[in-house]
Design a protein around this ligand. Structure first.
Ligand SMILES: *Cc1c(COP(=O)(O)O)cnc(C)c1O
Length: 223
């Protein structure tokens, strides 16, 4: 399945985050041994444990809700945080990143998460909240955080017209931000959207990063 998905991503130039949450180290190593390096987790404790035990050239992406008091555990090694939904969180990442001398000069790469679906349970900002956040960081810029794009989750449904519309809205928001807040900033280029059930639609609507778990690792069991 890995090879097939990578083939599908190629024409779009999109990247794959293999979402390994709840899955054992062996499942990750299986994909690692087939050459894959980008993995995503949604819980800090699980992410840190896997980082410590697994090969150090894995690129770890944090894709789940992040509490400010846990930021410090992942900042030293995380490649990208997809789930920025508040100024407070960004400021904490910036502060913690300032204390880690081994980070690359541009600091921690982050994506702004938007609420694009009909379900209330999924997180993310609306346009007004993100405007306020961007205004605040214009006034007091971040030193060790780089905002690289946007992330969103579509409604969990078979209605692909609805899903497509939601992805289209996220792409529109990305285009707006690119023009009005990040003009000329090369690194602002990522649209993280698409999961096992909807990544093909996401690619058609402009995704640059898909986050796929179930298709790669099988269904998850929560106890
Ligand atoms: C679990 C998860 C995924 C992957 O979902 P699948 O349907 O298993 O592919 C993608 N993104 C986020 C934010 C997730 O929490």
């Amino acid at each position: 399945m890995l090879e097939q998905i990578l083939e599908e991503l190629k024409p779009y130039g999109a990247r794959l985050v293999a979402v390994s949450k709840t899955k054992p180290d062996e499942a990750i190593l299986d994909l690692y041994n087939r050459g894959h390096r980008i993995f995503g987790e949604n819980k800090v404790q699980e992410l840190v444990g896997k980082y410590e035990r697994l090969p150090k050239d894995i690129e770890w992406h944090m894709i789940g809700r992040l509490q400010t008091n846990k930021v410090k555990y992942i900042v030293p090694f995380v490649s990208m945080i997809h789930s920025i939904d508040s100024l407070k969180l960004l400021r904490e990442i910036d502060k913690r990143a300032g204390r880690v001398e081994t980070l690359k000069p541009t600091g921690v790469d982050c994506l702004l998460q938007y609420h694009i679906c009909t379900e209330e349970t999924k997180h993310g900002m609306n346009e007004q909240e993100s405007e306020e956040l961007l205004k605040a960081i214009k006034e007091t810029p971040l030193q060790r955080v780089r905002i690289c794009g946007v992330m969103g989750m579509a409604t969990f449904t078979d209605d692909m017209d609805l899903v497509r519309q939601e992805f289209r809205n996220l792409k529109k928001q990305f285009d707006y931000l690119k023009e009005n807040h990040f003009a000329g900033q090369e690194h602002f280029r990522e649209i993280s959207m698409g999961m096992s059930g909807d990544y093909k639609v996401a690619l058609e609507e402009g995704s640059t990063i898909v986050r796929i778990g179930t298709l790669l690792f099988g269904a998850r069991q929560y106890s």
